[in-house]
Each structure stands twice: as C-alpha cells, then as structure tokens.
Write a protein that binds this ligand. Sequence first.
Ligand code: SAM
Length: 374
Amino acid sequence: MTDKIKLAALCIFGTEGITAGELRRMGATGVEAENGRVVFDYSPQMLVRANLRCRYCERIMLLLRVFKAFNFEQLYQNVKSIPWERIILDNGQFPVNGSSLSSKLASVPACQKIIKKAIADRLMNARKVKYCEESGALYRIHFVAIKDTFSIMVDTSGEGLHKRGYRANSMEAPIKETLAAVISDLAVVKSNHTVVDPTCGSGTLLIEAALKAKNIAPGLHRSFACEKWSNIDKAVWQEERKLAVDGIITDCDFVGYGYDIDEEAIALAKENAEKAGVGSVLHFERRDIRDYKDEFERCTVICNPPYGERLLDYEKAREIYKIMGKKFVRGKGKSYTIISPDDEFEKYFGTPADKRRKIYNGKLKCQIYMYFKA
Ligand SMILES: C[S@@+](CC[C@H](N)C(=O)[O-])C[C@H]1O[C@@H](n2cnc3c(N)ncnc32)[C@H](O)[C@@H]1O
C-alpha cells in the first residue's frame, strides 16, 4: 500500500504488554507498546494474521501517519499528503470518526470534516473525478488527537475482535471475550491444565481458556472489514487461515469444568462452547458455590463472581467471596485468578492476593486477584 504504513493493535489499558508479547510470538517485527495500543510493522500477512489470531486486543488498524497539527490547514495538508488512492480502492466508503484530548483542535466534528475533505480532494485529484462515489467496501477512518499529535488510522477489523462469533446469546453480566482471554493469560492456562470456573455464567472464561489451550485462533470463524478490500490478496487469507488451522492442538489433556447456580446459564454455556468448537473438552453442571469441592490434585481456577450494584446484591456478592476464601484450598499446582470490582474483595476472601492487576471491565474499574503460592 504505502511504505510509511504501520499496524496498530488497539487494546484495553493495561494489556499492551500482553498484546505486544502475543504479536512477537506470531512473527510481528518492530513491535512497540504505547498507551492503549501496540504498533508493529505492516505486511499483508501480518495484517491478516493479527486479525485472525489476536486474543487480547480490540481491533487492528492501519496506522497511516502520525503528525503534529495546531490548526486546520496543517491537519488538511498532512492528511492530504497520504496516498489515499493506493489505500481506498473500488469506490470505497470512508466515514471518519475520532477523538481529541488536550489539543488545540478540540472540536471532533470540525476535525472529521477537514479530514473527510482532505481525503476526498486527494482521491478526486488522483482519479480525475468530480466526486467520490463511496458505494464500495468500508474503510472506516479513525483519528486520535492527543496533545496536538494526530494519528490517522483505518479500521481493518470491522466488528471488534471480542466478537468471536460463538456468543450470540449471553447472560446479564458476561465478561468481554478479550478480557476473559487476558484472565486466562494471567492464570497461565496451559494445554495440560484442568481449569475450573465455579460461577461460569455463559462460559466465556472457560471457552477462552480452551481456545488458548488448544491454540485455536479466535477469529477463525468470523469475517473482517478488510476481507472485502481488493488490495489484500485473497490468497493471503487462504494461506493464513490454513496456517491457523494447522496450528490447532488436537491431542491435549486440557479439560474445563464450569458451574453456576443458574440452570439457564449452564444451558447457554454448553451452547456457546459447542459453537466455539470446544464443547468436547468443557463440562458444565448446575452447582451452587456452597457445594464447591476441591476435587483435583492440580487445578487452575478462573472466576468472575457476581458483583452487586445495589446494597443487598453487594452483601450477597461479599458472602460469595467469603465462601470462595474458605473453599479455595491452597496447595502445589493450584491457582486461583478472580476478577472483582470490589476494593474490599481480599478482606472478604480472607487473605491478600499474591499478585493483583488493575483493569477495566467495560467502564467498571476492577482488579484481578491472583493466588498461586502453596
Ligand atoms: C458476573 S456473572 C459471570 C459471567 C460470566 N463470566 C460470563 O461471561 O457469562 C456471575 C455468575 O455467578 C452466578 N452465581 C451467583 N450466585 C452463585 C452461587 N451461589 N453459586 C454459583 N454461581 C452463582 C450467577 O448466576 C452468574 O452467572
């Protein structure tokens, strides 16, 4: 496309390091973690591979240009200097959205308008036409301005990467798939592990753990915005999908057990696990946490217990933290990784965590509490 192009994986704050490690392992070069994103070198293969395989980030963007702009003329000229005619092909649509923080150009609608005009002018000049038809594939333009530094990006993913395609239905408080995958990573889930979620809801944590253990690319069963772009060869998609399928671990000892007090949640978890292609290694059963048994010699527990928003629910949630503290027996080969927004979680659980990590679950400020010392 253009020689200055980079790729950027947009991530939840706090997951940049995990995402950078994942990208390096899949062969990305020039990987640099920044605030809320990881930048890496562009190639059509890496663009497709990152969309198919990234577990933790929200989307993959083309990062076209980063520059300073203090007025609209500078913004216009910088955007117009990008060779859009090599990026937006076949009468592509190019809606513009973005954000501005601590910048002289603070009005988002005004920046949108200028950026749209600069792209349209460049395309009309290059193609010697009087207007841009915009009837083809979608090239969603996204700008971010922070302290007068603009990043101009194009969304390659379309729907957020948390949409793996297995969770059409969910319970009231499902955890985002990308965050569930982060929790599996922090719990160091491996291909020979027995993993248990005693409050599994629609099964997201266990499904993500199983996908990771079996090395199943999370994007294998969905489509992406850039699949419709004619500047990315169809053969690259075929090759990358084949590589991802060849990488699936079929003969591993991973097994997962999910429990929940709610019968409907259990039915849903089973359905979602089947759709995700990991139904054969996951077992779900209705069970109250009060009946939780420490039944495996080695076991990785990952858990997103209920949290209350009203006082009564709050007390009920804390009751469950107390039960967990008593039931989760420490020992060699046992670990417990629990996400909660309750700052007093450890007090009710009964012991301080060996490690904790601050993270957002949507807009909810949470911590992941990790217990792994015997
Ligand atoms: C925050 S949700 C878990 C959401 C889940 N991670 C998902 O992605 O769907 C908490 C779950 O705890 C379950 N729960 C509440 N009380 C319970 C109890 N006493 N024993 C077991 N599960 C319980 C609820 O039914 C709910 O599904």
